[in-house]
Ligand binder design. Sequence first.
Ligand SMILES: [Zn+2]
Length: 500
Amino acid sequence: MNYYHLDIEVFPDSKAISGSNTVRYRVLEENQILQIDLQEPLKIVEVSQDGQKLEIRNEGAAHFISLKKKQERGAFEELTIIYEGQPKEAVRPPWDGGITWQKDENGNHFIASSNQGIGSSIWWPSKDHPADEVDSMLISVTVPKDLMNVSNGRLRKVEKRGKTKTYHWFVSNPINDYGVNVNIGDYVHFSEKYPGEKGELDMEYFVLRNNLEKAKVHFQDARRMMEAFEHWFGPYPFYEDSYKLVEAPYLGMEHQSSVTYGNGYQNGYRGTDLSGTGWGMKFDFIIIHESGHEWFANNITYKDVADMWIHESFTNYSESLFLDYHYGKEAGQEYVRGTRTRIENKLPIIGRYSVNSRGSGDMYYKGGNILNTLREIVNDDEKWRSILRGLNAEFYHQTVTTQQVEEYISDRIGLDLSSFFDQYLRNSALPVLEYFYSDEQTLNYRWTNCIASFDMPVDLELGETKVRVIPNTKWNQLKVSQKTEVTVDPDYYVGSFILR
Ligand SMILES: [Zn+2]
């Protein structure tokens, strides 16, 4: 698909939606059937092309539309889907998504969509697949006139019509469908200009009326985030669409250029430090983490949710880079190491392909530790930073596979990391360095608890000296001048075991 114009009215009192999505697409192959997704209980009322009504065949959430007009390869075509109904209510947003219908402290409606797992088709008709991003999108949302809607991109205009107002938001960059969102409430707005790497960036904040003063202080983390992440990852990827932080009636989500926020204006993750080191209380987890996704999720997007580590591992890792930038390298390292208690090592990080299966939750904390381990291997922070920035430049506004990301990192580091990634992403075990001295001058070492081809380099401290060894799964030997205690560099995420 190339373009969507989603044009809906939201009825808070009856918890209903009605409207249309006009879809512009390019014909890739000559085919008279086009699939559009929309989940029950929402209903498609009518689909038309060039003024002609079309027939639709249903299979659950998949709607197969029979096109009358001959579809010529390469041609651009348009069709309009009219739909209505009461969309599924979110049970546990953002994880079990849908629409959240709430009221604020003043009794005003406070409504938002969230649908990363369940899919965009839970509230609007789309081609509900991450590999498909439109180049741009217009989101027009009509709400009761006392409320405001905030969606992605920039507000083009507001139209008043009797008892309603229509907000037209235009996204001028490619957008993943799960990132499209509506947020409706009694919002107030403030903003700042950020002098960023690509020029002046508009940073806009939308919060509930009662929270304005709190937000003006607390949202200063957004600017600190932008400074740290532009340093590590390169320019914010959506200058044209601005950066927005929008209060929502749930914890938060990485909606592109309108990151949603519901962490209660407190530091940490709901007020707790996920690392247990104290460093996690230095920032608001939701502002930092969800905004980190602008680079890894919204700029670089997985083609298949099985590769969700591309979103979550890098973004988990971004939390430590935020600390690194503002509080120094050791702060970030302590944070990463501190999160290890949350790793399970039971299931692989990569899920199964083509069946909408994400991998294990280890994609978060273990993912952060894996990337931090790579930084140790590179052992050159400027080079490592250039790789992180390079990923965002190389795959700018693209959907990718894990192979592309793995190969890019291998190439740039200049090391075949295929067994590294096979071990850490496709196998659940934590490699253990096993070692012993066979005599006063011979250290024996090997990797165990890993795949047979695992051969990651690792840094050891032998007394006062640091040495890099490249173990594999067979015994290797290192001659030393004198037997000393062995410490594995703690920033590598590995186990170690001395055989006696
Ligand atoms: Zn995340």
